[in-house]
Design a protein around this ligand. Structure first.
Ligand SMILES: [Ca+2]
Ligand SMILES: [Ca+2]
Ligand SMILES: [Zn+2]
Length: 684
């Protein structure tokens, strides 16, 4: 994601014609909005499964796609309040009970249907392979071989153009900095965004090595005995190492002065420039090379040592330059208009560097830096993002293997992560589509915000095995793969309705109908930023609908390495089965840290239904059931309950033991500080 992007002048006419198409699509959408939204790839067998519709259907069937036999029947439950990000009353249908592997589709009582999907524990293996391989297609400076790239084969690009020092720079002349990944839809290479991308991929491997050990995703290094996620990351790391100056500082980016046209990378001729040293870039660089020193040690000690030396040199540069470099943060010099990744604070990048260097060396100076520079409170208060890598620093320190790590600080970090997980669960529960985004969170690259939040939830689960964390994390994967208000996948090549017109120069200029696969579009962006999107925003489009699958909409439909990285993390974690199965077979935590009211089960029900909830601390609890007219029909004063998981069964009778009639009821859970409400249906 870049703070500064522009469309080449030649695309102006294209934008105008796209606007006309967009208006036609808008007027048509209300009549054709009959897609039952569900993950277009699928669900692991044991996972929670939910379909969504805004049509007036009361029940649905899940059919075997081939035989059309009914495999499962369920009821829809309308949301209590409209979805805050679309304004829609969204009905959700739970089919978690269907666990038999197969290919299915959902048909509602109104006749609407979903796209087909798979239920199988292996279903996300393909998503992981495809999205990790998405980085391979971004490789700069080497030919993409037909054996791996298939129709997307192409010659090497930018081998001799990268890079010439631009003025005003600390250096002059030419320094070879070929290699690395193209950053996004353009061919630039930016250290800051490389940092969070590689940092996220290495975090996945370091935290969950069993889930990320695959050596068969179909890149040139597959089968070499090294996990492919490390091979692919190393391609970027080798480039990062070239971006370091002899004094330890790291140059900000390698780009042309202006965004190149929509040509294939091998046809993008002319000089590309190395820009100034940057302390944000240097901090990110130090963090990822320090982490690489740990992660690659078992596979290549020489490379690991080289990375650690580079990290130390970068740290020395940061110590020698205690305030942000360049002053105020990097900005483009006159005449340059490529990405700026504007970031006025390098304190989080320095902190991340210190945390990773401490974890790799155990040296007191890094520990001391982290402890005295970590903020006093609110350590993790949002998902990580390229301008704020603080959460990555905190995760490393929280899960540190160093015995000298501060116990008190780690305890505070633990509380901070769990508080953020609760905030994410609240957003998830408030959303009609179970998206961990508030309406204000639909920013440029919002899909990555949801997925980075999901990563925090996975680490929350690691701290405390509340199934709600895992369910909510998986829901973010389902969201980008089709369980959303647009009824579409946001990942090229995946699902029945993936993006076709991503803002991506190779995809737009290779003459192949389908875009390069495995790439995540930025997603809905309520704040605009390109002419297509600006028009949608100004016409009052709801936040979660501000997306258009069209090349000119770089503010909603570009792809970027820092967006793909958390998708690789999520899909790899879920795909391995290691996460899901170990999680689901684990006993519920007796000290669940969350406040959460679960959907009753079964629902609708006739005989009895189970109502389960979690509370974070001991408190007086009360369960009330209210009918549609607001009359309280049942109350359970549960008294003072201990922290953790609780369940109650309700038999559908009122306080006098009379059987209540069919209909919709609300059940309210109230504690000392919080309450929650959900809807249930009695069916006689
Ligand atoms: Ca490999
Ligand atoms: Ca920053
Ligand atoms: Zn290139």
């Amino acid at each position: 994601m870049r703070s500064l992007t522009e469309i080449p002048p030649g695309l102006g006419g294209m934008i105008r014609s796209v606007l006309i198409v967009a208006l036609v699509e808008c007027s048509r959408s209300s009549a054709s909005a009959q897609i039952v939204a569900a993950d277009q790839v699928g669900y692991a067998s044991a996972s929670a499964k939910t379909a969504f519709t805004i049509q007036s259907a009361d029940s649905f069937s899940v059919l075997d796609e081939a035989t059309r036999h009914v495999a499962f029947r369920g009821g829809f439950l309308p949301s209590i309040v409209p979805d805050p990000s679309t304004g829609q009353v969204v009905s959700s249908g739970d089919f978690s009970g269907l666990k038999v592997p197969g290919k299915y589709l959902i048909v509602t009582s109104r006749g609407d249907s979903s796209y087909p999907f798979i239920i199988a524990d292996t279903v996300f293996r393909g998503v992981y392979a495809s999205t990790l391989k998405g980085f391979y297609y971004q490789r700069c400076g080497m030919a993409l071989d037909p054996a791996y790239a298939g129709p997307y084969t192409r010659p090497a690009c930018h081998t001799t153009s990268d890079g010439f020092f631009i003025a005003p720079s600390e250096s002059t002349g030419f320094c070879p900095v070929a290699g690395g990944w193209h950053d996004a839809g353009d061919y630039g290479k930016y250290v800051v965004n490389a940092g969070i991308s590689v940092g996220t991929l290495l975090l996945a491997y370091e935290a969950f090595p069993a889930q990320f050990s695959r050596d068969d995703i179909g890149i040139p290094e597959s089968g070499n005995g090294v996990p492919d996620i490390l091979d692919e990351s190393r391609y970027e790391l080798e480039w990062l190492l070239r971006m370091q100056k002899s004094d330890g500082g790291v140059f900000f980016k390698v780009t042309k002065q202006n965004f190149e046209g929509f040509v294939m990378p091998q046809n993008d001729s002319g000089q590309r420039f190395i820009y100034q040293l940057s302390s944000c870039a240097t901090g990110d660089f130090a963090a990822v090379t320090a982490r690489a020193a740990r992660v690659y040690r078992p596979f290549d000690t020489l490379f690991a040592s080289k990375c650690l030396a580079a990290a130390r040199a970068a740290w020395s540069f940061l110590l020698a330059h205690p305030t942000i470099v360049p002053p105020g943060g990097f900005t483009n010099p006159a005449g340059t208009s490529t990405g700026q990744y504007g970031d006025g604070s390098d304190s989080d990048e320095r902190l991340w560097a210190a945390a990773e260097l401490f974890e790799s060396t155990g040296e007191p100076s890094f520990n001391a830096y982290y402890q005295s520079n970590a903020p006093a409170s609110g350590y993790i208060s949002a998902p990580m993002a390229w301008p704020d890598v603080g959460p990555l620093a905190h995760l490393t320190y929280l899960f540190s293997a160093q015995s000298s790590a501060s116990t008190a600080l780690r305890s505070a970090l633990r509380q901070s992560l769990l508080a953020e997980c609760q905030a994410l669960l609240n957003k998830h529960d408030d959303s009609g589509y179970r998206t961990a985004l508030a309406s204000g969170d639909y920013v440029w690259g919002s899909n990555s915000v949801a997925l980075n939040g999901a990563i925090l939830l996975l680490f929350g689960y690691r701290l405390s095995p509340a199934t709600a964390y895992l369910d909510a994390a998986e829901d973010q994967l389902h969201y980008v793969l089709g369980a959303n208000a647009l009824g579409r996948s946001f990942v090229t090549g995946l699902g029945s309705r993936p993006p076709k017109q991503i803002h991506h120069r190779p995809s737009a200029s290779d003459g192949i109908a389908d875009p390069v696969p495995g790439l995540l579009a930025g997603g809905p962006n309520r704040y605009g930023g390109d002419p297509v999107l600006d028009q949608m925003v100004s016409s009052g489009t709801a936040p979660a609908l501000c997306y258009r699958d069209t090349t000119p909409s770089y503010a909603s439909n570009e792809i970027a390495i820092n967006w793909n990285a958390p998708l690789v993390f999520l899909s790899g974690y879920i795909a391995s089965g290691g996460g899901a199965s170990s999680v689901r077979s684990a006993p519920r935590g007796s000290l669940s840290p969350i406040f959460r009211l679960e959907q009753n089960y079964p629902n609708p029900f006739n005989g009895g239904t189970r109502i389960a909830f979690d509370i974070p601390e001991r408190q007086l609890m009360q369960l009330r059931i209210v009918d549609l007219l607001g009359r309280e029909v049942y109350t359970d004063q549960m008294g003072s309950l201990s922290p953790g998981h609780h369940e109650r069964t309700w038999d559908g009778r009122d306080r006098q033991g009379r059987v209540l009639g069919s209909g919709t009821y609300f059940y309210y859970l109230s504690g000392a500080t919080r309450s929650a409400v959900r809807r249930l249906v009695v069916l006689r």
